[in-house]
Design a protein. Structure first.
Length: 529
């Protein structure tokens, strides 16, 4: 089996584990393994046969066993069983209607249906009334939802959406479009643009990521979110890609679009400069700025190790950052107030400093900075003594507990902290967890004023459930004159790479240039600030 085929089966297994509402760690682990397999420079099947596959990042004994089964038999028995039990098409449709996996399967069994089409027919025939526990209000809600579907209850996180759309685009030889190409933090409009060919729709329908074909242009993904397949002749590919990428408001503001093979040709015909996809949310006038690029980043200023809740040692994280091409890396483990993370005391920080010094001898001229993600206590004090903080190269202040404090109280708490002379950066300022916890009530305008006065930067955090500051807040911060830091909040060597991509593109959505971001500076210039 080729690497791509193996990765597709792992991705399908992860999606079905999601549908089965398994422990969230399991599908994440299989998705990471799929990406490792997909990008491996050697045939993974051969590594499996020679019992060397666990040398790959993210492949533990459980996933190795699945890979052995897949390579030896051509399938994963549990995957086949999950496909049979879960009826993916029905569960995916159920999700788009706001139903849990359990409820979707209960209805399917009671109605004795096995496909989305059979479910629709049963609802149209009024058979939902025969299901125990189904009342008129529930039936009316399902009928109404079917009439307007597919409208997902919420979008996918950017990382999950890009992996899903990317796999589909790669399989079809197409291009990302929709929300994922604009790098939106929550993605609902998924699209792939492909050059027309006779077998395209059949190939699309057969993909493991597609559980049902809704109509001639849309399929339902296994996550329950629809994806549009845009098919175009080669001569109009650029027009189709531009139209499928921009938000409706942005595309409408452009007016009638000329047909062209590339986006650059479309913009040229309109008399406009080409606009990066991240800026295509609303009408845009004038020339775009020279946006921040990943290559501009010189170092990562927010990572974790096994000293708190990270998965790798100081040296391992340093090596990963050096291999990424960085000049420096700040280790910023938690402090005691973040109880579950096993935060560091002052003595721990000093002992960690000794380990950092040893690692720096091994990795020179690359430099690991002694840093900390220091919790802000409810009264605004920092969670470590001043003499310990004064020893460090980089101090990030963060709020973890108490995100629901009233606006004035929370703002006062944060302002007190960033006035501290040791603090260099405010981490994930709005405290959101996308889809789970809304932004806190922090008054960013007041924070901007104090941050500028005290030389404190604000973070664009690259964890995909956070992406905080958001693109909109980045735009406001830049307008106010605040400096930014794009950081990964990496807890593993893999996310040193992955999360920076998301941080940079989130900053780009706010119009950030390299000059706006501190960790584009050489280390000496950064430490002088």
């Amino acid at each position: 089996m080729e690497n791509a085929a193996i990765a597709d089966r792992l991705d399908a297994f992860a999606a079905l584990l999601d549908l089965a509402e398994a422990n969230p760690y399991q599908p994440r682990a299989y998705r990471r393994a799929a990406e490792t397999v997909r990008t491996a420079p050697v045939p993974v099947a051969e590594l499996v046969r020679t019992k060397r596959v666990r040398a790959l990042r993210g492949i533990g004994p459980g996933i190795e066993a699945r890979l052995v089964e897949l390579v030896q038999t051509g399938e994963i028995a549990e995957l086949r069983e999950l496909e049979r039990e879960l009826v993916p098409g029905l569960v995916g449709l159920g999700r788009s209607l706001g139903l849990t996996t359990k409820r979707s399967l209960e209805l399917a069994r009671a109605l004795e249906v096995h496909t989305p089409a059979e479910f629709r027919a049963a609802v149209e025939a009024g058979r939902l009334q025969t299901v125990p526990g189904v009342g008129p209000k529930f039936e009316a809600r399902i009928v109404e939802a079917l009439a307007r579907e597919p409208a997902p209850p919420r979008g996918l996180l950017l990382g999950q959406a890009r992996a899903l759309v990317g796999a589909i685009a790669d399989a079809l030889g197409g291009e990302h479009a929709g929300d994922t190409r604009r790098w939106r933090d929550s993605c609902e409009q998924l699209a792939v643009v492909c050059v027309e060919e006779a077998s395209l729709m059949a190939r699309f329908a057969a993909l493991p990521q597609i559980v049902a074909v809704i109509d001639a242009t849309r399929g339902l993904t296994i996550e329950g979110v629809p994806i549009e397949l845009v098919v175009t002749p080669p001569a109009a590919f650029g027009t189709a890609l531009l139209r499928a990428t921009g938000s409706p408001a942005y595309v409408q503001a452009l007016g009638p679009l000329p047909e062209a093979a590339t986006e650059h040709e479309v913009y040229a015909a309109l008399g406009l400069p080409w606009l990066p996809p991240e800026l295509r949310e609303a009408r845009f006038t004038g020339a775009p700025p020279a946006l921040l690029e990943e290559a501009d980043i010189r170092g990562d200023l927010h990572t974790h190790t096994t000293w708190s809740d990270g998965r790798f040692s100081v040296e391992a994280m340093g090596r990963a950052a050096r291999d990424r091409g960085y000049d420096y890396l700040a280790i910023c483990d938690h402090t005691p107030a973040v109880g579950p993370a096993g935060g560091l005391t002052g003595d721990d920080v000093r002992r960690q400093g000794e380990e950092i010094a040893i690692a720096n001898e091994q990795l020179a001229p690359f430099r690991i900075l002694r840093g900390i993600e220091c919790d802000i206590l409810p009264d605004g004090r920092l969670d470590l003594p001043d003499d310990v903080l004064a020893e460090l190269d980089w101090v990030q202040a963060s709020v973890h507990a108490g995100q629901r404090m009233p606006r004035e109280e929370l703002t006062r708490r944060v302002l007190t902290a960033i006035e501290h002379p040791a603090v260099r950066c405010l981490s994930h300022p709005k405290g959101r967890i996308i889809g789970r916890r809304p932004e806190n009530a922090l008054d960013l305008d007041r924070v901007y004023e104090v941050a500028i006065a005290h030389g404190v930067a604000l973070e664009v955090n690259g964890l995909t459930p956070r992406l905080d500051l958001s693109g909109d807040h980045v735009r406001d911060a830049i307008a106010a004159g605040v400096k930014l830091v794009c950081s990964t909040d990496a807890h593993s060597t893999a996310t040193i790479v992955d999360n920076m991509t998301y941080a940079v593109h989130t900053a780009r959505r706010g119009g950030a240039t390299a000059a706006d971001v501190l960790n584009t500076l050489p280390l000496a210039a950064l430490l002088r600030r």
